[in-house]
Design a protein around this ligand. Structure first.
Ligand SMILES: [Fe+2]
Length: 252
């Protein structure tokens, strides 16, 4: 129900429309250089793009990025850019340069569909109760896991870090609901449909609507990740930006 298998297109205009309608799309026939990756957000979203920083090289452990994920483990459904807190990038692109020899399939879930169909207790917790989502060393973020923008657009998030906010009147309840949300997305990570990105294909996703993950893999796998902030997002963070969290930390 919540799984998304993105449609493929070679037309950037159609890709933008697919992302708007369904949350994700795959743009095919793309170049695989860093410059190609950097240009993809502007090709798709044009003047809606407010900021598109340098791409980040995604391989085992990332390039310059901290080693949070192991290639031999499944990377469960999550949202990107949580070190930027409430100003996380609202769209993202993953440009495949080299797929692994085995595994590494991608999977997506529609956060808006999840929100619609989950039980009311969890839904109101995610929408209303502030949670401490601060990544150690990054700027403090205390806000509901599902952020509602002034425009009404929602950002459904699954950050790596979440704990009851200091001063909450019910840390036990908050801890249980945080764990339920984590469990729900972990279970979905095992069951949503898979798809495989080939070299020259770029996965485009609405990072406020769609959670993404990937299967374990073997062999060389290399993608460019591009985070972008558009006029439909929650504003751009202050300071320099990159397509990883290197500038989001108060102490680098
Ligand atoms: Fe990610």
């Amino acid at each position: 129900m919540a799984g998304i298998v993105p449609s493929r297109t070679s037309d950037p205009v159609e890709a933008a429309s697919l992302v708007a309608d369904r949350g994700a799309a795959i743009l095919v026939g793309c170049g695989t250089s860093e410059a190609d990756a950097r240009g993809v957000a502007t090709r798709v979203w044009h003047d809606q793009v407010v900021a598109v920083p340098d791409p980040a090289a995604v391989r085992e452990g990332g390039d310059q990025d901290r080693k949070k994920y192991a290639f031999h483990e499944r990377l469960d459904l999550h949202s990107d850019g949580f070190a930027y807190g409430d100003k996380a990038p609202d769209v993202m692109a993953l440009a495949c340069v080299q797929d692994g020899s085995v595994g590494g399939e991608s999977f997506l879930a529609d956060g808006y569909a999840l929100l619609e169909h989950m039980d009311r207790g969890l839904r109101s917790f995610l929408l209303d109760v502030p949670v401490d989502q601060t990544e150690p060393g990054a700027h403090e973020t205390i806000s509901p896991i599902v952020l509602t923008l002034p425009s009404g657009r929602r950002a459904v998030r699954q950050p790596l870090y979440a704990q009851p906010a200091p001063g909450t009147d019910s840390p036990e309840r908050d801890g249980l609901q945080i764990a339920r949300w984590k469990d729900l997305t972990a279970e979905l990570s095992a069951s949503v449909p898979r798809f495989r990105l080939a070299p020259g294909e770029v996965l485009l996703a609405d990072n406020y609507r769609v959670l993404h993950g990937r299967d374990p893999y073997q062999g060389e796998r290399f993608l460019w990740r591009v985070w972008a902030w558009t006029t439909a997002g929650n504003g751009t963070p202050t300071g320099p930006l990159h397509s990883d969290s290197r500038y989001a930390f108060t102490q680098a």
